[in-house]
Design a protein around this ligand. Structure first.
Ligand code: AMP
Length: 215
């Protein structure tokens, strides 16, 4: 099964993708994570992407589509793909069609997480993760049980994304509205779009997604 999770920044795509990975034989393909890894490693792609990401703008279609192609090639043919943060433009949606086609894969579902954008700034600006295991936390909504210690792995190191500040978040949302939301009609015509209320509790959102996958 191959699915796209679509929604503005902070809608919960990464959280839900992670849950799907834990529950099924699927892999999360997050172009944001791939780009952050490239920035950390200082590769040519990372050097090109860094400033663009810090502004909250979109990295070139060619770069992200080639990252997705490479990642799919490293996966077994039976492993399902969860596209998280890709495609983000009409050009990327066209590329994804050819990338999947060339590998004998088909797109089964596009799941849109519907959210109230005003609440998202709060959600994003307070979020951080354990630097060791990646577990997500939030200044207001999800603090570790023991302050400063990760519930999952006990690490005391945490990190925040440099683009999770209000100004950049506003740009990222504007990019979503202008370039990403308009790709939904492409998938609507294929009858594969489902919508889930992304403002509900995480468990409810997961249950709604599972129900869609079971068809
Ligand atoms: P994300 O982790 O999905 O919020 O992505 C973080 C940043 O990486 C975005 O604000 C963009 O600058 C860049 N990025 C991630 N995925 C894409 C994509 N599919 N197309 C263009 N830029 C992307």
């Amino acid at each position: 099964m191959n699915i796209i999770l679509l929604g503005p920044p902070g809608a919960g795509k990464g959280t839900q993708a992670q849950r799907l990975v834990d529950a099924h034989a699927m892999r999360q393909l997050s172009t944001g994570d791939m780009l952050r890894a490239a920035v950390r490693a200082g590769t040519p792609t990372g050097l090109e992407a860094k400033a663009v990401m810090e502004r909250g703008e979109l990295v070139s279609d060619a770069i992200v589509s080639s990252l997705i192609g490479e990642e799919l090639d490293s996966m077994g043919a039976d492993t399902g793909a969860i596209f998280d943060g890709y495609p983000r433009t009409a050009e990327q949606a066209r590329s994804l069609d050819s990338i999947l086609d060339a590998r004998g894969r088909t797109l089964d579902h596009v799941i849109e997480l519907e959210v109230n954008e005003d609440a998202l700034v709060d959600r994003i600006c307070g979020r951080y993760t354990c630097a060791s295991c990646g577990k997500g936390y939030h200044d207001k909504f999800e603090l570790p049980q023991v302050p400063g210690v990760c519930d999952k792995c006990g690490s005391t190191e945490f990190k925040r994304r440099p683009d999770d500040n209000e100004e950049t978040v506003r740009t990222r949302m504007a990019e979503y509205r202008a370039k990403t939301a308009p790709i939904l009609p492409i998938y609507e015509t294929r009858g594969i779009v489902s919508r889930v209320n992304g403002m509900e509790e995480i468990d409810h959102v997961s249950a709604a997604i599972e129900a869609i996958l079971k068809g």
